[in-house]
Design a protein around this ligand. Structure first.
Ligand code: IMP
Length: 455
């Protein structure tokens, strides 16, 4: 696509920005990206795959996006699936078809990196087989499952790092090359699946090559060198919004290892996953749910295994977009959020799902951890083993009764809700610039004043 076919939105800021989750995912990033999209020309995904699920509500329509950037729902945006993403081509095509059926334009507004790695069916089998093996062994060795989404994410990134068994989107465009690579991969992969105890259906290179070359043909108009594309756009004066998938505490290097996903889902993944140097990003929005959730295994210091947790789950409809699994719920952990703000270089917070907290007499916010030996720390420990046995140190704040879903600005919020956000600002040290009290576009508002003043 020639850069001249798109015009810079008149309201575009000069800076490029990023949106990133500050907790364990499901913070409502899709909603915030959707809201910010109108100010940017290109929306870029740089990590993860179909493990992510962004729910965006436009009017009465609810869209669940997994691989395609949320900007697809806006008009005149270029949506880029960067080289750092792992793409399940068939899932991507399902998503394209589903959007088209609902009247959403998907054409040259969707661009996919020819260097993004491919998630193949055997990756999903490996993912499930390894999880099942770990589950069986967990009784004996204590090695639990990760609780993955079983979308083949870990095995696909493993192949990327191993190199010789990897497939990239560009390979799908050359049937002969694809077949040659699959001839090497299939035998090896069957042996590996067998070693994991999986019931192996034979992997036939010719069949897989035909199936994925067909998917490649359908995706051909979208597959390109997205690194040059995004730089061409930037050089032509257009602005870019980087849309993080998953979240900082699931980052392979900086999250609660090993209970993390397999990519750099903090903003630190942007340069490698898109080809754009980090210094070109002028603003980072950190998305923070007003409480905490996580799916799958791993440390969760503020987890509530009681009625309060159930109430948050029910009010927040905390069930996975991708897997439907009930999410673990707990109080807001500001030690974790402050750590993510530091790692991601966040400039502002968008607080989502504040409405879920209505009706509690009091609300707790975690401001420190007590270690099993009784000592305390205000530092996050991105390592599951070393976080074992940590308990939360809470500040207790007054709750509020009133439902917030009709609030349209900061002054509409009950005094206690303003104080809650003020506490966040004071503790974390950056402003809460966006607040969301419901799924619709109209239920997210900006606040130019600091909440800290209300506290
Ligand atoms: P994987 O990404 O499927 O390998 O899963 C690894 C861990 O990350 C599991 O605990 C998943 O539940 C979690 N995870 C991955 N993607 C998301 C997400 O978008 N939201 C919440 N959790 C996620």
């Amino acid at each position: 696509m020639s850069p001249s076919t798109h015009h810079r939105s008149s309201s575009s800021p000069a800076v490029h920005a990023a949106v990133v989750g500050l907790q364990w995912g499901d913070e409502g990033k899709g909603k915030i990206v959707d809201l910010l999209t109108s100010r940017y020309d290109c929306i870029v995904r740089y990590n993860g795959g179909a493990n992510a699920g962004h729910t965006v509500q436009v009017g009465t329509e609810r869209y669940a996006l997994h691989l395609i950037p949320s900007g697809i729902l806006g008009s005149g945006k270029i949506n880029i699936v960067g080289n750092g993403v792992v793409v399940d081509p068939e899932k991507l095509l399902d998503e394209v078809d589903g959007l088209r059926k609902r009247g959403v334009h998907v054409g040259d507004n969707l661009r996919i990196s020819d260097r993004a790695h491919v998630v193949m069916p055997y990756h999903k089998e490996q993912d499930a087989a390894l999880e099942e093996l770990l589950e069986k062994k967990s009784g004996k060795s204590g090695a639990g499952q990760i609780g993955t989404t079983r979308r083949g994410i870990g095995p696909a990134y493993s192949d990327k790092v191993r190199r010789s068994t990897a497939l990239r989107m560009g390979d799908l465009l050359d049937h002969a090359l694809l077949l040659r690579k699959l001839e090497t991969i299939c035998g090896l992969r069957m042996a590996e699946l067998e070693a994991l105890g999986a019931s192996v259906t034979p992997l036939i290179p010719e069949q897989l090559a035909a199936r994925f070359a067909a998917a490649g043909e359908r995706l051909r108009p979208h597959i390109t060198d997205t690194v040059y594309l995004v730089h061409d756009e930037i050089n032509a004066g257009r602005s870019v919004l980087f849309e993080g998938a998953n979240a900082c505490l699931l980052d392979i290097d900086h999250g609660t290892f090993p209970y993390v996903t397999s990519s750099n889902c903090s903003t630190l993944g942007i340069p490698a996953g898109s080809g754009v140097p980090g210094r070109m990003i002028g603003k980072v929005y950190g998305i923070m749910k007003a409480y905490s959730t996580r799916v799958g295994g791993g440390p969760f210091v503020t987890e509530l295994l009681d009625e309060t947790g159930n109430r948050i789950r029910a009010r927040g409809r905390e069930y996975g977009t991708t897997t439907g699994r009930p999410r673990r719920c707990g109080w807001l952990d500001l030690v974790a959020v402050k750590y993510s703000v530091m790692v991601c270089g966040a400039d502002a917070i968008a607080c989502t799902l504040l409405d879920v907290l209505s009706g509690f007499d009091e609300l707790k916010i975690c401001v420190g951890y007590r270690r099993p030996d009784g000592s305390v720390t205000d530092r996050f420990v991105p390592d599951a083993e070393r976080m074992n046995g940590f308990t939360p140190i809470y500040e207790t704040l007054p709750g509020w009764e009133r439902e917030l879903t009709a609030c349209t600005d900061r002054d509409d919020l009950p005094r206690e809700a303003q104080a809650y956000l003020g506490f966040v600002e004071n503790f974390v040290g950056i402003p809460v610039e966006l607040v969301s009290v419901g799924p619709e576009r109209s239920q997210t508002f900006e606040s130019s004043q600091r909440f800290a003043a209300a506290h």
